[in-house]
Design a binder for this molecule. Structure first.
Ligand SMILES: [Zn+2]
Length: 300
């Protein structure tokens, strides 16, 4: 693993807002800045808005923006070669060559900093690996929110849209935001839960299960079984290890139940030994992850 203590990188994490920070080594220097309103921001404005904030965080740190060595942008959706190919929650960004737009804006001030645009969940996985001091280890992170994100550090080629992994062949399972049948997100996603229980908020579903209500209890078991199934599939095609869980709905995770289901689903001896751990994350962790990923991609 390349040492990058002292390197000056900009990390950006896009979700419903844009978080921008100046990262020195593996730490944010100064404060992470937040720009609200990404879902309604015109696609053409995204790179200039990021650049303006990049200038501000650099100025605050007393650093000339031209001294920035690389820029990493975590963005939700399928990102390939800097292009946002699909982004269900930031639909106007579909087809946007964000890496090119960023390089273009940077070029106007003669900055040649390389730009990496990567999936937001991969940025989060890199940030978690750094926060845990385990950049040399495989780190996988599930993010449970409106959608279900999966990130892996180190990154590998491929779509890795594991939130859309098929975990049931029941044709009635149709709640995924992408429209696909039987998807993990169609069971676990916040939006999908609201569609399934039209008369109840997800918070009430989990509260009902805690009180022993049979209908919601059955669903909460299925919710855990779905995540165990997707994780078991990943273990069978990749390797066992630790799976971190984060995001707003990680508060509903019963780790013991997940581990039990996973154990029932993975029986081959060399593939055993995986564990789940729920961890709190933040914009800061993701910003550091985006920055580290850009630094590594630049080969500095
Ligand atoms: Zn889906």
């Amino acid at each position: 693993m390349a040492e990058n203590n002292g390197s000056i990188t900009i990390g950006v994490m896009a979700s419903d807002h844009i978080a921008v920070g100046l990262v020195e080594g593996h730490r944010v220097r100064g404060k992470v800045h937040i720009i609200e309103g990404l879902p309604s921001m015109p696609a053409d404005s995204i790179a200039p808005v990021i650049y303006d904030e990049m200038v501000r965080v650099s100025a605050e740190a007393g650093i000339d923006v031209n001294a920035v060595q690389a820029v990493g942008v975590g963005f939700p959706g399928i990102v390939r070669n800097g292009v946002v190919q699909e982004s269900p929650n930031i639909q106007q960004a579909k087809g946007l060559d964000l890496a090119e737009s960023m390089s273009c804006v940077l070029g106007r001030v003669n900055s040649k900093a390389p730009v990496l645009v990567l999936n937001d969940a991969d940025a989060m996985a890199a940030g978690v690996a750094a926060a845990m001091g385990s950049l040399e280890k495989l780190t996988r992170v599930w993010t449970l929110g409106n959608g279900i994100g999966f990130g892996r550090f180190p990154r590998v080629q491929g779509a890795w849209e594991c939130g859309h992994m098929v975990i049931t062949i029941d044709p009635k399972e149709q709640f995924c935001g992408c429209g696909g049948a039987g998807h993990l997100e169609g069971i676990m996603g916040y939006r999908a839960m609201r569609l399934r229980f039209l008369d109840m908020e997800p918070e009430e579903v989990f509260a009902g299960a805690r009180l022993g209500d049979p209908k919601t209890s059955a669903f909460v078991k299925m919710w855990h079984r779905a995540l165990a199934a997707a994780t078991a599939n990943l273990i069978h095609q990749d390797e066992p290890g630790k799976f971190y869980i984060t995001g707003p709905n990680s508060i509903y995770v019963e780790t013991a139940l997940l581990n039990q289901y996973l154990h029932e689903m993975v029986k081959m001896t060399p593939l055993q030994g995986s564990v789940f751990e729920v961890i709190p994350t933040s914009d800061e962790i993701a910003v550091v992850g985006a920055a580290i990923s850009a630094h590594l991609a630049a080969g500095a």
